[in-house]
Design a protein around this ligand. Structure first.
Ligand code: RFL
Ligand code: PHB
Length: 414
């Protein structure tokens, strides 16, 4: 058995874990990352594609955006299709902020490339990962690698191991409220080696269901299709997928279909989850380990990197100045942003996805909401603020909202 000693043990080398370790290292705080999968798997996992301005600023501020700035696609807006019309919503015109298209696996590659070579501070392929002592002052992470048992003793553990990881599961159930909402739809996601048929994202709300055209590069399209929550991938042969995409996106997709090989096909269940609080003793939950967003509003990666940045700041403050206020406040601060993004993601998910039992009334109401967005004005500005994530970057404008209490107001009136 080998025992290592570090300040922060990071479980998971997804974007949240890698970014947290990067930020800590930049401030002289050492960490050890323990990752279940291989490096090849982590670098190839295709997931998010849309980055918010705040995320790009975080990456730039940490010297991680050289390739991003050269290769990303900057989108001033997107197309919103419904009732056979296509309306352009320009977030740049509405609030002066674009969005950025750059694959999550590229962010991960950039984070890995920025790590100093050598050392034993990142373990891929770790098996049987277990957390211990999280309620006390000496937590540890144990795992096996190459047949050898390794124990990482640390001051703190950052649980960055995604929805299925061990970190959240290590918290005693009585100390955690786990909110979970499953939506009655799935997405099928396709990665296709063909140029996107439109230069910007196309969100299409069709009576047959929602569809989205996104992309990763000018040569690689990313297409999504709403399916019934009970459907499996086997219910969707390729010809059915393309026929539906053509109808729902109101485009002739035959060129994309003929030219593009499908590089990957996934089924994505739509759900919202939040673990409250996001910390227990010396364990802090970060990113998907603490919360899952339905992918509709593209919030997961953006909020995950914000969590990591906030936890890094709090830990650095603890090590530099011995102040534990920011660490103690981590969960409360992050949950404000998390619930804000959950609210928007859930609202957009219901707006964009007709349910199987939708009535003509539901349909007409949906069209009225979409029309309100397309018309611009204050609804569109508020929408853009949430879509590009600017609303989460503003400090709470009314911290006094919790006080005075209602009974005090009653007293004042009497
Ligand atoms: P990850 O990426 O899941 O990384 C967790 C890491 O932990 C490892 N792990 C373990 N390691 C050690 N021990 C264990 N027991 C472990 N169990 C797991 C895993 O192997 C993995 O390496 O979580 P992280 O870092 O919090 O990052 C979150 C993002 O991956 C996620 O929120 C986004 O992909 C969500 N998302 C999107 N987010 C956006 O901001 N913009 C988008 O455009 C966007 N599009 C999407 C998305 C997610 C999607 N799917 C597939 C759910 C589109 C889709 C289709
Ligand atoms: C994606 O490209 O994966 C993507 C883009 C925008 C969304 C959701 C997913 O709203």
């Amino acid at each position: 058995m080998r025992t290592l000693r570090t300040k922060v043990a990071v479980v998971g080398a997804g974007p949240a874990g890698l970014f947290l370790a990067h930020e800590l290292r930049a401030h002289g705080v050492d960490s050890v990352i323990v990752e279940r999968c291989t490096r090849e798997h982590v670098e190839r996992r295709v997931r998010a594609g849309l980055l918010e301005e705040g995320t790009v600023r975080l990456l730039r501020g940490s010297g991680l955006a050289d390739r991003l700035d050269r290769q990303c696609l900057v989108h001033d807006g997107f197309q919103l299709r419904f009732e056979t019309t296509s309306q352009r919503i320009s977030t740049a015109a509405l609030i002066g902020e674009p969005t950025y298209i750059y694959g999550q696996q590229e962010v991960v590659k950039d984070l890995l490339a920025a790590r100093p070579p050598g050392g034993d501070s990142l373990y891929f392929g770790a098996q049987d990962v277990r957390l211990a002592g999280i309620a006390g002052a000496s937590p540890s992470v144990a795992f096996t690698t190459g047949g050898e048992q390794v124990v990482v003793e640390a001051d703190f553990i950052a649980g960055c191991d995604g929805y299925h990881g061990v970190s959240r599961a290590s918290i005693p159930p009585a100390a955690l409220t786990f909110h979970s909402r499953r939506y009655p739809f799935n997405w099928i996601g396709l990665l296709v080696s063909a140029a996107p048929f439109a230069p910007e994202l196309v969100y299409s709300v069709h009576p047959r269901g929602f569809a989205l055209q996104s992309m990763r590069t000018p040569e690689i399209s990313r297409l999504y299709l709403q399916t019934d929550g009970r459907d499996e991938l086997s219910d969707w042969p390729e010809s059915r997928i393309w026929d539906e995409l053509a109808q729902r996106l109101y485009v002739d997709v035959s060129r994309t279909r003929e030219r593009g090989a499908i590089l990957e096909q996934v089924r994505v269940p739509l759900r919202s989850t939040v673990a409250e609080p996001m910390q227990f003793g010396r364990l802090f939950l970060v990113g998907d380990a603490a919360h899952i967003f339905p992918p509709t509003a593209a919030k997961g990666l953006n909020v995950a990197l914000e969590d990591a940045s906030a936890l890094a700041d709090a830990l650095v403050t603890w090590y530099r100045r011995g102040e534990d206020g920011p660490l103690e406040g981590y969960s409360a601060t992050r949950l404000r942003a998390v619930w804000r993004a959950q609210d928007f993601s859930a609202w957009l998910t219901w707006l964009f996805h007709p349910a199987a039992d939708a009535t003509p009334f539901d349909h007409r109401r949906r069209i009225a909401s979409l029309t309100r967005l397309a018309e611009g004005g204050s609804s569109a500005i508020a929408f853009a603020d949430e879509y590009v994530g600017r609303s989460r970057r503003r400090p709470p404008s009314r911290p006094h909202l919790t006080a005075p209490r209602i009974h005090e107001l009653d007293g004042m009136e009497g």
